[in-house]
Design a protein around this ligand. Structure first.
Ligand SMILES: NC(=O)c1ccc[n+]([C@@H]2O[C@H](COP(=O)([O-])OP(=O)(O)OC[C@H]3O[C@@H](n4cnc5c(N)ncnc54)[C@H](O)[C@@H]3O)[C@@H](O)[C@H]2O)c1
Length: 321
């Protein structure tokens, strides 16, 4: 698996190990040999994972990584939209070049099944809702552009070389271990300090939020149902919530009576902001038994509990005891 030390990847590693899989986990090479979010997994899980440090951008390395695998879950990517404004070439290298390396590796290594990770950001703002897989693609950030390119490379390798790949397209995923830069941990971080007001960027964008356990179950369903191979499938709940409503839900769950203010410095450029993302999951629920299980109140409650237990993972200064 690539991206195994990331937010979604670490939960997927856990789920796969608990299902009895032998997991080879790629973690981005770093001098400290840190293992990212895998450090938060249970010791009985971690002891069964084969950890490999390296880089998706190195084709020979990726081939050795994939050799001998039955299935490859490709989640490794640069994902922060704001960072993609300032470092687009890094996104091109990792998200497009890294995916090309994975595709060449699966071709060279006897065609293991590839589960490739897209994102709802490839659609841009909804032109209609719910958004099915036929919705037009529109890159509203360099991040989205690189994910579109990666998805299209996968499509081309399916058609040109018979690569056995399924592309899953998660809508926004949240839960324990999510990066503190994302909106839910940012709100929780501020609310833990019990301020009079919390500061957000835009409060009007609407999102379809999936709890990470449900997203992970979607990856496993994609790898377990032969009928989805060759296709592209949305993973979302079909429910929608605005960022403002989301903040009110978090504050209610945490019992914090703070005002919500929109801070201009946190806004994305106007034409880059994705106003509305709401999925149709009809194709995936028809093809697999997958159904999202965790509603937003329950998911938020479990996320809040996690960050209350791990306040050091929140942005510095956001949490004042
Ligand atoms: N979080 C969401 O809401 C969401 C929604 C839709 C799609 N996705 C997709 O899901 C996947 C996982 O996202 P996440 O939220 O867990 O992000 P994350 O940033 O937590 O995980 C991505 C991982 O990729 C690794 N990585 C980056 N560059 C690398 C390189 N050159 N070599 C090796 N590893 C490298 C990072 O170290 C990180 O651990 C991504 O492909 C993302 O585009 C995420």
């Amino acid at each position: 698996m690539t991206g195994a030390g990331g937010f979604i990847g670490s939960h997927l590693v856990e789920a796969l190990v608990r299902e009895g899989a032998n997991v080879r986990a790629l973690l981005r090479y770093n001098a400290a040999a840190s293992i990212g979010n895998l450090a938060l997994t249970a010791p009985d899980v971690l002891s069964q994972v084969k950890i490999v440090h390296g880089d998706l951008n190195d084709g020979e390395f990726v081939k050795n990584l994939v050799d001998g695998c039955e299935a490859v879950f490709h989640l490794g990517a640069l994902i922060a939209i704001p960072y993609s404004y300032s470092a687009p070439r890094s996104y091109l290298h990792t998200n497009v070049g890294g995916t090309l390396n994975i595709l060449e590796a699966v071709r060279a290594c006897g065609q293991p099944l590839l589960v490739h990770t897209s994102t709802s950001e490839v659609y841009g703002s909804a032109q209609y809702v719910p958004m099915d897989e036929a919705h037009p693609l529109q890159a509203q950030s360099p991040y989205a552009a690189t994910k579109i390119a990666a998805d299209k490379l996968v499509e081309s390798y399916v058609r040109s070389f018979g690569v056995r790949a399924v592309t899953v397209r998660p809508f926004n995923t949240y839960g324990p271990r999510q990066s503190a830069r994302a909106v839910i941990p940012a709100i929780i971080g501020q609310a833990l300090g019990r301020p009079e007001a919390i500061q957000l960027g835009a409060t009007t964008p609407v999102r379809d939020l999936t709890f990470v356990e449900d997203t992970v179950a979607g990856f496993i369903a994609a790898a377990s149902n032969e009928s989805v191979v060759g296709g592209v499938y949305n993973l979302g709940t079909g429910e929608s919530i605005s960022v403002g409503e989301l903040a009110r839900t978090i504050l209610r769950v945490m019992d914090v009576p703070a005002r919500i203010e929109s801070d201009a410095q946190r806004l994305r450029p106007e034409n880059s902001e994705v106003d509305r993302l709401v999925s149709s999951n009809a194709a995936f629920t028809a093809a697999t038994p997958w159904r999202p299980q965790v509603n937003i109140e329950e998911g938020i409650r479990r996320t809040v509990e996690f960050f209350q237990a791990h306040p050091q993972l929140l942005p510095r200064g956001s949490y004042v005891r």
